[in-house]
Design a binder for this molecule. Structure first.
Ligand code: TRP
Length: 455
């Protein structure tokens, strides 16, 4: 959902439903369907799911409420909002603004993978792609193909943003999203009927505490921020357009249920599909592209179902990439006082610059280059989700907890007579639990990554 068109003027959201749908539209994307299932598979299944849900109802709730309320209180987006509340904290807005600029290029690389799989299923190569991994590995380790599909996805995103036709895309995506959910449920039911699925289901749903590590929490926290578009100023912008009489607390609950529900369903489909197809859980970013074609291969009408599935995922991805690009473009435009078109072109150039190495770093010609042990794509993913976002979240909590004070935001929430029921939870999470946990998680993960400790 793009902020500039959907939210032409402040207070544009007609009510709660409008607000929730717009925010959920931005939140639901590749994060839910592609990223969540592969992290859940990689980080121990049930234990990851449990940690994620605990974080979502505590951290996720408090941080999303705080961001929306900061936006609504100031009527400004991130950079302006922090500056207006306290000049010393202006840098948080800037730090938050960097995050979408790092995510967008590699988001388009993954979007390109989805586009490629539409082509695979449309041109009758579905069977070749169902070989348990080699087809996918060959594809991403190429040069022309990953770059070509990345260009295509980025170009489509840029054309929509440049021409300002987001409204049309959003209208289509409003039909596509519910279809996607129905389809995921249908595929899940099919997967459950396959031999071997039960092992995956158990792995996904039953927490095994022996799989618990500090990095599990870090990965779950990064995923939470990524999936709910937190710690990057997005929800502040959304909040700035929210009417004062809309209930923030229940809106946050609704967005969280939407976003977590879709991620949970995607995991429910993909993780058992891995065991049913005899694949392995540590496929990382390729998991969806390896496990699902195998499932489609065994299905009656699987080629068509696979094609429709990837088209629907493509829509979820492109609405998010449009929204990401809009965000970056409006930051560049406001900060450097440039026209929209020029800002667009600058953002496009940055995307190409950062996206090409990402496209070539997954077995391709640039995979030998490592930054602190990560290839380009993984590095951008790590630095945004596991470093910058936790830091932005930490400073936001400290700012709200000790400078602005939780009371000020609770008052904002209750301005028009809506009760803010979880006052105590909000205050305790923002002031103590979130900052302490973020510091601990970051500290432990650094030590773990350096091999100083093994948890
Ligand atoms: N939350 C989106 C997803 O799950 C990705 C995303 C992160 C995003 N930041 C964003 C989307 C900002 C729109 C705007 O895929």
């Amino acid at each position: 959902m793009s902020e500039n068109t959907t939210l032409e003027k402040r207070g544009n959201f007609t009510g709660k439903i409008g607000f929730v749908l717009a925010a959920a539209g931005s939140a639901v994307g590749l994060g839910n369907i592609w990223r969540f299932p592969y992290l859940a598979a990689e980080y121990g299944g049930g234990i990851f799911l449990l940690v994620y849900i605990i974080l979502a109802v505590t951290f996720g709730f408090a941080l999303m409420a705080a961001e929306i309320l900061i936006g609504r209180k100031t009527g400004l987006s991130a950079i302006g909002a922090f500056k207006a509340l306290d000049k010393r904290f202006s840098f948080v807005g800037v730090l938050a603004a960097i995050v979408p600029a790092i995510i967008l290029p590699y988001y388009c690389v993954i979007g390109g993978w989805v586009a490629k799989y539409i082509a695979v299923f449309a041109t009758g190569k579905a069977q070749a792609a169902a070989d348990g991994g080699d087809y996918f590995t060959n594809f991403i380790s190429g040069t022309a193909e990953p770059i070509g599909w990345f260009f295509l996805f980025l170009a489509l995103t840029a054309v929509v943003v440049l021409l300002g036709v987001e409204k049309g895309v959003e209208r289509v995506s409003k039909i596509m999203m519910p279809l996607l959910v129905v389809m995921i449920i249908g595929i899940t039911v099919y997967v459950f009927c396959q031999p071997g699925a039960l092992a995956g289901l158990k792995y996904y749903l039953v927490p095994d505490f022996s799989h618990f590590k500090a990095t599990t929490v870090l990965a779950a926290m990064g995923q939470l921020f990524y999936s709910m578009s937190l710690a990057m100023g997005i929800m502040i912008t959304y909040g700035s357009y929210m009417k004062k009489d809309v209930n923030v607390e229940s809106s946050v609950h609704n967005i969280e249920i939407f976003d977590t529900g879709i991620a949970f369903l995607a995991g429910l489909m993909i993780v058992p599909a891995v065991t049913a197809s005899g694949g392995d859980m540590s496929k990382g970013p390729g998991l969806m592209f390896v496990a699902l074609p195998k499932v489609f291969d065994g299905m009656f009408g699987g080629t068509v179902i696979g094609l429709v599935f990837f088209i629907l995922v493509f829509f979820a991805a492109i609405t998010s990439s449009i929204s990401l690009m809009e965000t970056v473009v409006s930051i560049v435009k406001d900060k450097f006082k440039l026209s929209r078109t020029v800002s667009c072109i600058i953002v496009l150039a940055i995307c190409l610059l950062l996206g090409i190495p990402s496209a070539l770093s997954n077995g391709g010609i640039l995979s030998g280059i490592k930054i602190i042990g990560y290839g380009f794509l993984d590095f951008f993913d790590f630095i945004s989700n596991s470093v910058l976002m936790p830091i932005v979240a930490l400073i936001t909590c400290i700012f709200v907890g000790y400078v602005l004070k939780p009371k000020a935001l609770i008052a904002e929430a209750e301005e028009c007579g809506n009760k803010f029921k979880a006052k105590r939870l909000f205050t305790v999470v923002i002031k103590y639990i979130a900052p302490i946990c973020i510091v601990l998680i970051l500290g432990f993960s650094v030590l773990e990554a350096m091999g100083v400790i093994t948890v």
